[in-house]
Design a protein around this ligand. Structure first.
Ligand SMILES: Nc1ncnc2c1ncn2[C@@H]1O[C@H](COP(=O)(O)OP(=O)(O)OP(=O)(O)O)[C@@H](O)[C@H]1O
Ligand SMILES: [Mg+2]
Ligand SMILES: [Zn+2]
Length: 271
């Protein structure tokens, strides 16, 4: 009886296979890689598989592990970037893919000109709940993702509400150290998002002056600013001051007016 025939009988007979104490080599055939020698182990009938298949399997597993690890690192980095850009929690999953029609077109226009146009600003205007913050965060998330994919791309991004900014500008004159001074951050960050411009206006001369210095520095350095507001043009000009408004609305600036009622009440409430 050949080794192969004996191994076959043992394979089909658990009682006999358990009698085997030491292993032996048998000829096997792989559909993909042809003949190979398998080592038949004693005890439970087990044998080694095709070594080429094993190589392929471990290469595939290795690649899958690397991919999974890469994805995990990207995910962690994205979270880190969103934290440091201060993207609000509910907009962390906002994506440009969720935008449609003219809103999407305008956001895509901004994103495609983002690094090639100096002082590319955008003013997003619309009613309560129309999707302004969502749209701006979708763009921020896209830019942060690009920063991960293109490691050479190192732009810094900051999301700030107008309310917080106005508060910080009010306290700015009393802040001595440069590290603590938010003005430096507002001036230097590559993309500054100011959300919800309106409500609290810049009441003091000092606040208006600080805001102007920020906007002037940003304009002079070709940095990009996006604001969202539910004010119209003349109200906006009055709120931020004429000189700041003029720099915001420079020749490269884009405007987007989002129409429609609030998306927060998509499901009508019964009274
Ligand atoms: N394109 C979209 N796809 C999915 N959800 C959206 C979209 N646009 C807005 N939303 C959701 O609708 C709600 C209102 O949108 P958002 O907060 O952006 O409005 P807003 O214009 O900033 O309102 P407000 O003026 O009150 O600040 C949010 O929960 C937001 O996540
Ligand atoms: Mg908003
Ligand atoms: Zn094989």
């Amino acid at each position: 009886m050949s080794h192969l025939a004996a191994a076959e009988i043992l394979r089909n007979s658990p009682q006999l296979s358990s009698l085997i104490k030491s292993g032996e080599w048998v000829e096997r055939n792989c559909d993909q890689h042809g003949a190979y020698k398998a080592w038949v182990l004693g005890g439970e009938f087990k044998e080694t598989g095709c070594p080429e298949c094993k190589k392929v399997r471990s290469l595939v597993e290795h690649r899958a592990n690397i991919e999974a690890e890469k994805e995990e690192i990207q995910k962690r980095k994205m979270q880190e970037f969103m934290e440091s850009a201060r993207v609000p929690k509910i907009y962390k999953s906002a994506s440009t893919k969720q935008l449609d029609g003219y809103v999407r077109d305008k956001c895509v226009e901004f994103l495609s000109n983002y690094r090639s146009t100096e002082s590319l600003n955008m003013i997003i205007n619309g009613g309560v709940g129309s999707g302004k913050t969502h749209a701006v965060c979708a763009m921020v998330n896209f830019i942060l993702y690009k920063k991960i994919v293109e490691s050479a791309f190192s732009d810094t991004v900051l999301f700030e509400t107008w309310h917080d900014m106005a508060d910080k500008l009010r306290r700015a004159s009393s802040l001595d150290s440069v590290e603590e001074n938010p003005i430096e951050l507002y001036k230097n960050v590559d993309l500054l998002v100011i959300d919800e411009v309106g409500g609290a206006s810049l009441r003091t001369e000092a606040q208006i002056e600080w805001f102007f210095r920020i906007m002037n520095a940003r304009y002079s350095e070709g940095k990009n600013t996006i604001i969202t507001t539910n004010l119209n043009a003349s109200q906006l000009e009055k709120t931020v001051g004429t000189r700041s408004y003029d720099r915001l609305m420079n020749g490269s600036s884009l405007t987007l007016e989002i129409k429609g009622k609030s998306r927060r009440q998509a499901i009508p409430k019964t009274l």
